[in-house]
Write a protein that binds this ligand. Structure first.
Ligand code: BGC
Length: 757
């Protein structure tokens, strides 16, 4: 009964916010009143004159003429106050109604001051830091004329073959939602019309992170239950945080491509979630519905606008066919007016209708871009993103006067520090690891040898080098490279090997079926481990890798992702112990590709895998691998150690309108000050739809001096225990819950409580 009342209330609430969203803005209504059908359609057209990355098959032509004719609502790939002013003048001074343009861009992890790839930054579990990064990106981008960002990317991803796992926040809907919110708040802050904030776009709605076989742009097929409980929450969190726009995804959902999916864009996004911004397609994703099998350009464009898509990115299907569809009665003019209204409302919110040149202040780039302060934040963010995966003996932290052999194809390299989707950053400004180590430890003796190529496979290298020379295959033979490295290694106190993936080995259209470190480097690592010297692997990648072999070698491993413009300094800060690593993985790392998709929220099934990990016939397990991942979600070590004690609940039961406190005492038992991400998981023991084995319900990042203890308390209410049932109602159900508090998802049972009727 309660569930019923609840859903009625929710329905009314959603309906109410939908109505409120319809409040009209006088300036916008006045403009709409003057607009012809063609001018309204013009607002729905987003073009790029080519300054960004052309990810689709179409590139815009005659952009200038189209802007002057009032055929363009926004552009992307244009930057600098002068160029943006020029573009705005084309629209403001030449088009009949003088409506300014949205100026978009992909600012995924920093504008010019590139900070770590999003998957790396998510490993900080530090929402203030993530928000500060977004604020810094907004300040820099708006200083350069941009007012609309195609970020955050919040697609849940559990398949490390998929290259775009690098761009998101990992596998978990709860953590992903917190990060989505922090990013939207950072980009937009309280006032979108302030000159240092930009409109955010949550993408890619929806389920883009779950393509079949991990192959980018592939189909997605998923139950509603799984969507609502696992994949949709971060998009919703962004909407709840007031995100200005939503970008659709390339994939289909229930057999209908996202850009033409009415259920997704209208029933769910607007009516159920109360979204009042505008929806933009992905790059030519409207046109791509032709290849999906939905009809010709006119048909798919009509399908998209009727589904609730407002703006067409690059493909010009709207521009070239919507008028005809209106004349033929396939699309109503009202539908086009609605979409144009949403675009104009966005322009109003951003402050453009008031002042088209708000973001064209020539004095700003110098003051706001790549400042010392910004670079310091990028350095801090990188140090917080690193995850210590393995400690071998006491190799780390390194002594600042050590004799170090710095080895590896990524050790003295600028081209691969920024990571995927950093088109606005300049790789040449990044600090290589060698330089950073010398900066931080001027008294150390540091010598460098390449040791191996990133890969020796020239055809693979060619595919990775599409945006520049990320993989450079040396003229020297692999044997010579190896010999130079071993000579250096044998002559040192300690070896630091910087190895892993080049930038373009992850990211868009960069799926891999083999997620190990390339063979050329694996061989180098083996040989270095064989020297008997202490070895540290600084492992760079845009995805979880299969490092089963390396975990068994006598080496320490620090995961450094693609750290951004301050790479070398940040890596050195951590290697030399100026900062004690505190990152925790936001994806489960598999033992092999055979375990994919893998994540910690797996259900127990009716035939749970044996707890011992030993194979048992007729249980859910593999003949040739344990079920558990190589490294679990939430995992990460520190130079110090933490112990958990006194894990308890404030009561054995929780009332429907009450709360319960779940707490643990955490003690720093090692020799260094450090930070720990304390994680709370629950397991709903009985409910109407099969529950996950564990679900993250809270986390706190705390700092502990050596020897210090702190008690960490999580307050849980029934609201926190809600899930979507088989009717897709968001409910909690009475019954028993287990809880776990730990520094990883691989946590021991701590206790139980009962949620009362
Ligand atoms: C990507 C989007 C991006 C767009 C515009 C597409 O290929 O999927 O994430 O925002 O290009 O650059």
């Amino acid at each position: 009964m309660r569930n019923f009342k609840l859903s009625v209330a929710l329905f009314l609430f959603a309906g109410l916010s939908y109505l409120q969203a319809q409040e009209r803005i006088p300036e916008v209504e006045e403009l709409l009143g003057k607009m012809t059908l063609e001018e309204k359609i013009g607002q729905l057209n987003l073009l790029t004159p080519g300054g960004g990355i052309a990810t689709g098959s179409v590139v815009s032509e005659d952009v200038e003429t189209k802007i002057k004719a009032g055929n363009v609502g926004g552009v992307f790939g244009v930057s600098s106050p002068a160029k943006v002013r020029q573009a705005q003048e084309l629209a403001v001074k030449n088009s009949r109604l003088g409506i300014p343009l949205l100026i978009g861009s992909d600012i995924i992890h920093g504008y010019k001051t590139t900070y770590p790839i999003p998957l790396g930054l998510s490993s900080s579990w530090d929402m203030d830091l993530i928000k500060s990064g977004a604020m810094m990106a907004a300040k820099e981008a708006t200083a350069d004329g941009i007012n609309w960002n195609f970020s955050p990317m919040v697609d849940i991803a559990r398949d490390p073959r998929w290259g775009r796992i690098a761009e998101g926040a990992g596998e978990d809907p709860y953590l992903g939602s917190q990060i989505a919110k922090a990013m939207v708040e950072g980009y937009q802050q309280d006032d979108l019309a302030a000159p240092n904030t930009m409109m955010a776009t949550v993408k890619h709605m929806a389920l883009y992170g779950a393509p079949e076989a991990g192959r980018d742009y592939n189909s997605v097929d998923m139950s509603r239950l799984k969507m609502f409980n696992e994949y949709l929450p971060p998009y919703k969190a962004a909407v709840d945080a007031g995100v200005g726009s939503v970008m659709t995804s390339f994939n289909d959902i229930d057999g209908i491509p996202a850009s033409g999916n009415k259920w997704l864009l209208t029933d769910l996004l607007r009516e159920r979630w109360g979204f009042d911004g505008f929806v933009v397609s992905d790059y030519t994703s409207v046109n791509e519905m032709i290849a999906h099998g939905m009809g010709d350009l006119q048909a798919v464009s009509a399908m998209a606008i009727n589904a609730g898509l407002d703006m067409d990115m690059v493909g010009e299907g709207f521009l070239t066919t919507l008028k005809k569809s209106v004349e033929e009665g396939k699309v109503s003019e009202e539908q086009i007016t609605k979409a144009a209204r949403r675009i104009l409302e966005a322009k109003h919110k951003i402050g453009l209708l008031n002042d088209p040149y708000l973001y064209s202040d020539e004095t700003r780039p110098e003051k706001d871009i790549l400042t010392e302060e910004n670079r310091a934040l990028a350095r801090k963010a990188a140090t917080r993103s690193f995850v210590l995966l393995k400690k071998h003996k006491n190799t780390l932290p390194l002594a600042k006067n050590a004799k170090i052999a710095l080895i590896g194809p990524l050790a003295n390299n600028k081209n691969n520090m920024l990571g995927t989707w950093a088109p606005t950053g300049n790789p040449q400004l990044s600090v290589p690891i060698l330089e950073g180590m010398k900066n931080v430890a001027p008294n150390a003796t540091i010598e460098y040898a390449k040791g191996a190529n990133i890969t020796n496979d020239t055809s693979f290298a060619k595919k990775v080098n599409v945006f520049g020379e990320r993989v450079q295959i040396s003229d020297e033979s692999p044997e010579t490279l190896l010999k130079e490295a071993l000579d250096l290694a044998n002559n040192s106190d300690v070896i630091v090997a910087v190895v892993g993936e080049a930038t373009e080995m992850s990211g868009e259209a960069a799926s891999r079926t083999d997620i190990t470190i390339p063979d050329s480097q694996k061989k180098l690592i083996r040989e270095l481990a064989n020297t008997g010297k202490p070895v540290v692997l600084a492992l760079m990648s845009g995805r979880p890798l299969d490092i089963s072999e390396e975990m068994n070698l006598p080496v320490s491993i620090l995961q450094i992702w693609h750290p951004g413009v301050e790479a070398g300094n940040a890596v050195a800060d951590v290697l030399f112990g100026d900062y004690n690593p505190s990152g925790k993985l936001t994806n489960s790392w598999p033992r092999s590709v055979g375990q994919i998709p893998i994540h910690y929220r797996m259900k127990t099934t009716g035939r749970p895998g044996p707890e011992s990990g030993e194979f048992q016939k007729f249980k859910t397990n593999y003949l040739d691998s344990p079920n558990s991942p190589l490294l679990p979600f939430g995992y990460g070590l520190s130079y110090t150690t933490f112990e958990y004690s006194d894990v308890k609940a404030s009561s054995s039961s929780l009332n429907a309108n009450g709360s319960i406190e779940l707490s643990a005492t955490v003690t720093n038992t090692g020799n260094y000050d450090g930070e720990e991400v304390v994680q709370l998981y629950v397991h709903d023991k009985v409910r109407t739809v099969t529950p996950p084995g564990k679900e993250l319900k809270g986390f706190q990042k705390i700092a502990l001096k050596k020897g210090e203890s702190k008690t960490v308390t999580f307050t849980i209410t029934p609201e926190d225990l809600k899930f979507y049932n088989s009717q897709i109602e968001y409910v909690f159900e009475p019954g028993e819950f287990d809880f776990f508090i730990s520094g990883s998802s691989d946590a021991d049972f701590a206790g139980s409580f009962t949620l009362n009727e």
